[in-house]
Every structure is written in C-alpha cells, then in structure tokens.
Design a binder for this molecule. Structure first.
Ligand SMILES: [Zn+2]
Length: 462
C-alpha cells in the first residue's frame, strides 16, 4: 500500500507576493503538475517525472500496449541512435534538419538521436534474411524516448525536447493488405481514445502530396493546441483547416453532412496514423519473397501515439485552474484515505474504522490503487485540500462524523467536487463500482450513449 508520508512529491512552494520570472509559457496542466510536485523542470525543454505522475504514465503505457497487442502488435526496442547514412538514403536529411539532435562517436561516425524510426526499422528488415509473404503482415511497435530540438518549447510535457512515444511500423505484401492493417490499427486507436474518455476528434490529414497516402490525426480540443481545426457543429466531423480549405468544392461546408455550421477550434495532436507505401522500403531495399519467390518491396504504415503528450493534454482539457482531473484509467491512485488528526478527540475510535477501511478498500480496488494519507500531524482539512488538488477519483475521510453515536458517516469526495456522506457499506459500494467501471472501460463495454460515440467517428472510412 502507498503511504503519503513516504511519497516523494517535491511540491513547489512559492512565497506569497513573490515575483516569479517566467522563461516559458505555462499552461494550466503544467502549472498544477509543477506546483504539486508531479513533474519537475529539467534543463530547458526537458522534464523529470516524479513518482505520482509516473504511475499515470505507466498506466497509459499498459493501456496502449493492451491495444497494440489486440491489433497484432509485437513489441521491440530499437536504438535511440540511428546512423545518419540511413536518412541520407531516404532523402530525409535534405529537408529541414534544424530540429534534429546529431551526435558523433569517437571515430567521427554521425548519428541522429531519433525523432522517429522509419529508417531504422526498415533497415533492420532489409538486413533480415528473406522474409516470406507467409510471415506477413508484420506489426512491430516500441515505446521509448524521442528527441526534437524544438525552437520553442511550450506547455511542459505538451511540447518538450525529449518525449515518450509509442511508434508502430507495419509491413504488408500489398497496398490492399496494408489498408486492412491500417483499419485494424485505426480501430485500436479509436478504442484507446474512447477508453481515455477525453473528447477527441479524428481528422483526415491526407494531403495528396505523398501520392495516394492515407493519414489521420487524433486531436484533443484545447485553446493551447497548435493546430487549427474546423469542426462541424451538426455532425461532429472535423478536419485540419488547411486540408478542408484546400478543397475546391464549397470549402465552407462540412464534407460529411454539408452543414455550413463550421467552427474553428484549436487542437493538440496526440496521435497520428500514416500509410507509407514503399517510400522507405524501396530506397532501403526492404523486400519480401512473393508467392513466386521473387523479391518485392514491403508496403508500410506507421502509427504514433504521444504518451507524455496525452497525459499533459488530457489534464489540460479536464482540469480546472485549481484541481487536476484525470482520465479515469490514468488517475495515479483510485482512492485516497484520510484518517483522523493526531491527538483529536475522535482519534482512537476513528482509527479502528480507518484500519478496517484500509483492508476492505484495498481488497476492492487493489492495494496498489489506494493512497493512505497517514500524515496525522496534518489537519484533515489540509490533507483533503491536497487530495482534491491531486484529483483522486475517490477521497474517503474518517473524521468526527465517523464516530458519532447515531448513524456514523464517512465523507466521500468525488473528483469533480461532489461530496457525499455515506455509511461504511455505502462507501465500499462506491469503491467497488469505481473498479467495475474501470474494468468495463478496459473490456470495451462502454457506458456511453451511442450518439456521443457516433458523433466522434463519422466520415473517416478509408
Ligand atoms: Zn457535418
């Protein structure tokens, strides 16, 4: 079980009236994460993730992996360093390289600290002994740090120089089967974003520049977003405004329902899917043996999810200025339990109830999901305030009312400010319902009305 007294949570205490010099733009989520000691700023544009936030990151990694494995993904790890020679072969070094970190080893050989791994994974397959069409499709994914020397880092984990990503690369025998893979992985992405319960929009990002490529972006709508999206108020369809305005036929109407009621919103891109064709396999010589035993270029797709960006962006969307609100599956703990203050009149009797709750709540939600705020030297009020700011889904307080003669009550605080007075069995029922709800999210039986989920996924068929 987790004890608040042992938790490394280096909160930032700013003296009243202090003038804080701001070197970068702050967002709501970043401000709260920093003040509460969940994330610390490292050197400019890099971040240190502290234990409470790390729990959330780990939960998201688990959730992403579940979905990738359901989509037939196999996990690998590729080196962070990619020889620049590979990027020369695909022509990507000729573009704008100002955002790449380059390093040299002692012999002078140059490497990229990879911002993405298309070249590395394709070259890996090119050096693998002939792959038979029977082994395909192949869907390989990894989760690791990515690097980008941003000119302007902003909003903490939302746009940092080092960030955590899940990237999947798929290999198929033909354009047709590559599209089937694309549908399968896209379905896994849709499922993941529904499980996170943060409203998202999926936009068609195909520009035609890559010649027949298909691409979609997943966005969270937030004023701090860096992309401009046009969203249809009638059916929910959304598009990147560049893509929509570039269309020749009535650019001001919704491509899905023809409504003229389009509004501009800002989006944070949290995931991206792309059909690549042979753009990388051809120059790098990654082939498979077809049914007649002849080598043929692999047909590829790539699929990214910004892990740390999802955490920051979902907090940005859900939280208030004072309190963090987490997606239910990503809250660092499910339940926080606050017992009586040291030396209070109710302490001896209330502690008996507290101890009983520690056992029972732990059994219901899992002992790892329970945070016991055992700092008895602090008042209940002070601990409750902190619990609310951290945004635990359920906070149970064992105070004076818990030991009163007739109908003893526990105070239960829900993350959106609701306060309930419940007896012991009712409180335990609430904990158990919370765990059941989480399981229903994980197993795909959503408690959402159909209308809502329909409006989020209209018009995105290939
Ligand atoms: Zn529409």
């Amino acid at each position: 079980m987790n004890k608040a007294s042992r938790l490394f949570c280096p909160a930032l205490i700013t003296p009243k009236n202090a003038v804080v010099k701001q070197s970068e733009q702050l967002s709501r989520s970043q401000k709260l994460l920093t003040e509460l000691g969940l994330v610390k700023s490292g050197s400019n544009g890099t971040y240190q993730i502290m234990p409470v936030a790390q729990r959330s990151v780990d939960k998201l990694i688990d959730l992403v992996q579940r979905n990738m494995q359901q989509a037939g993904g196999q996990k690998i790890t590729l080196p962070i360093l990619t020889p620049t020679g590979l990027w020369k072969k695909t022509g990507r070094l000729e573009g704008d390289i100002s955002e790449f970190y380059m390093v040299r080893d002692r012999s002078g050989k140059q490497f990229l600290m990879s911002p993405t791994h298309e070249e590395a994974v394709t070259a890996m397959l090119a050096t693998t002994s002939p792959i038979s069409y029977r082994q395909l499709p192949l869907r390989l994914y990894q989760i690791g740090p990515k690097f980008r020397d941003e000119l302007k880092t902003r909003f903490g984990l939302m746009r940092a120089k080092e960030f955590l990503m899940k990237d999947m690369y798929s290999f198929d025998v033909s354009e047709e089967t590559a599209r089937e893979t694309y549908s399968t992985v896209s379905a896994a992405y849709d499922r993941l974003f529904k499980q996170l319960e943060v409203p998202f929009v999926k936009v068609n990002a195909a520009t035609g520049i890559m010649g027949g490529s298909v691409s979609h972006e997943y966005h969270y709508v937030s004023p701090v977003g860096e992309d401009t999206l046009l969203q249809c108020s009638s059916c929910g369809y959304a598009g990147n405004s560049e893509v929509l305005e570039g269309q020749t036929v009535s650019p001001a109407s919704c491509p899905s329902c023809k409504s003229l009621d389009l509004r501009e919103v800002r989006g944070v891109e949290v995931a991206h899917t792309f059909l690549l064709g042979d753009k990388y396999s051809k120059p790098l010589g990654a082939t498979f043996l077809n049914t007649s035993g002849k080598p043929q270029p692999l047909v590829m797709g790539c699929y990214g999810i910004g892990i740390t960006r999802i955490i920051a962006a979902s907090l940005e969307v859900l939280s208030t200025e004072q309190e963090l609100h987490w997606p239910r599956l990503l809250a660092p703990y499910d339940v926080c339990l606050i017992g009586p203050k040291q030396g209070s009149k109710e302490q001896p009797a209330a502690e008996l109830i507290e101890n009983e709750l520690l056992l029972n709540v732990g059994e219901l939600c899992g002992h790892q999901e329970l945070l016991h705020d055992d700092r008895k030297e602090l008042t209940i009020g002070k601990r409750l305030l902190e619990a609310k700011r951290l945004g635990h889904p359920l906070t149970i307080v064992v105070g004076a009312k818990a030991v009163q003669q007739d109908s003893p009550k526990l105070e239960v605080h829900l993350s959106k400010g609701e306060k309930l007075e419940l007896d012991l069995s009712e409180a335990l029922k609430l904990v158990s319902e919370h765990s059941q709800y989480k399981n229903s999210l994980l197993n795909g039986s959503f408690h959402r009305d159909e209308e809502e989920s329909r409006s989020q996924s209209v018009g995105h068929q290939l």
